[in-house]
Write a protein that binds this ligand. Structure first.
Ligand code: PLP
Length: 409
């Protein structure tokens, strides 16, 4: 076994089920391990490396900034942080930005903001946040409580008070759950970790109307769907609506840790000096990287080019899977693609990996494809060929036995 795997097992917390591979280099849609083996990467750090691994513009921005100034603290101003906030404001519904370091932190800040906003408007009784079954919002105590999936709660009780769960995609259920204690609705435009589940068109607009009528906040968690993942810079832009608050992380800084909370002027005014903070938030190096990511996404034609490539991939996987009774459906928008099976798909992930293709599995039965958005047609064909072989290896035997559809393999 790779010495790094053994050394990792000896000293790191054993809270991840890592694959026995050690990566040492990345470029575009490819990674190389310490044995020199190349992999085509359809995971991209789980929807993080949206402009590809080590994009030259991102690398240069990081190098230039790191050689000038790495950190000073939010006691002071820095140029990259201000420029990045200005750019995010230009490109979104928001007038103000708060920077932190992860998706969980951005959502934690959003939840605090919603409570504070209600109190500031004379509603101290409003503290509850409605979230959706199957959601994922992070691993801090508040955000894991917001995450309406029991498997993430076990062992960490008592959870944080003030969350209420309703079925995803169901406006009526939200309407019924809203009461005098509700301060916000928190929702992902597409549930990524929840199995790439897409609501019907009009859902987000309907939520916004319900929130406006109740005088509470609609918070969109665009940690996974944002930064171009679905073909628009932010997924809610497909629906012609805007939220009061949006959270970003993952792809924002090209792989450096960064989270962001965006809000309208009125809502943002609740976080006055001293009410919330982050030591590293808006760090100059991460901000410089994020500016470079935004430049690639908005000026280099990435979002325009990705549509046909992602569509070809989706058509390709449907074609490959059609013969297998274990295949249920494909779902998603842009480069957030899910492929559901009737049973666990880890064996497929492993079969792909043996062939040099990285794919990810979520909620056990859904293969999730979230590659760099710069993936080209040739790479898609290469991925499809490997998937075809992997599915033949894992499912081929079973699919020839009629009726045997509920267990993979
Ligand atoms: N929100 C969503 C929608 C996510 O997909 C994730 C991570 O997968 C998070 C929040 C948490 O982000 P982080 O792991 O950066 O805390």
């Amino acid at each position: 076994m790779d010495q790094w795997v053994e050394r990792c097992d000896r000293v790191l917390f054993q809270n991840y089920g890592r694959f026995p591979v050690t990566f040492v280099r990345g470029e575009g849609c490819r990674l190389w391990d310490d044995q020199g083996r190349a992999y085509l990467d359809l995971v991209a750090g789980i929807a993080v490396c949206n402009v590809g691994h080590c994009h030259p513009k991102v690398v240069k921005a990081i190098q230039d900034q790191a050689s000038r100034l790495i950190h000073v603290s939010n006691l002071y101003h820095t140029k990259p942080m201000v420029e990045l906030a200005e750019r995010l404001v230009e490109l979104s519904f928001a007038q103000r930005v708060f920077f932190c370091n992860s998706g969980a932190e951005a959502n934690e800040a959003a939840i605090k903001l919603a409570r504070k906003f209600s109190k500031d408007r004379g509603h101290p009784e409003r503290f509850e946040v409605i979230t959706m079954e199957g959601s994922f919002h992070g691993r801090t105590l508040a955000t894991v409580t917001a995450t309406a999936q029991e498997k993430y709660h076990h062992g960490f009780e008592p959870l944080v008070p003030g969350f209420r769960y309703v079925p995803f995609g169901d406006l009526e259920a939200v309407s019924r759950a809203l009461d005098e204690r509700t301060c916000a609705v928190l929702v992902e435009p597409i549930q990524g970790e929840g199995g790439v589940r897409c609501p019907a068109p009009g859902y987000l607009r309907g939520l916004r109307e319900l929130c406006d009528a109740a005088g509470i906040l609609l918070i969109l968690d665009e940690v996974q769907t944002g930064m171009g993942r679905t073909g628009r810079l932010f997924a809610h832009q497909h629906d012609g609506m805007t939220p009061h608050v949006m959270t970003l992380a993952k792809g924002i800084a090209g792989g450096l840790p960064m989270g962001a909370l965006l809000a309208t002027e009125e809502v943002a005014s609740s976080l006055t000096p001293g009410t919330h903070a982050s030591t590293f938030g808006g760090n100059p190096v991460a901000s410089a990287a994020a500016l470079a990511v935004l430049s690639v996404l908005t000026e280099d034609g990435v979002l325009e080019a990705m549509g046909p490539v992602a569509r070809r991939f989706r058509e390709g996987i449907e074609e490959i899977c059609r013969p297998y009774p274990q295949f249920v459906e494909t779902r998603g928008v842009g480069w957030l693609v899910g492929m559901e099976f009737t049973g666990p798909c880890k064996p497929i992930v492993e079969a792909c990996m043996r062939r040099g293709l990285l794919v990810n599995c979520t909620v056990d039965r859904v293969l999730r494809f979230v590659p760099p958005l710069v993936m080209g047609m040739a790479e898609v064909e290469e991925a499809l060929e490997i998937l075809r072989e992997a599915l033949e290896e894992v499912l081929g035997r079973d699919s020839r036995a009629p009726g045997k559809t509920d267990d993979i393999p």
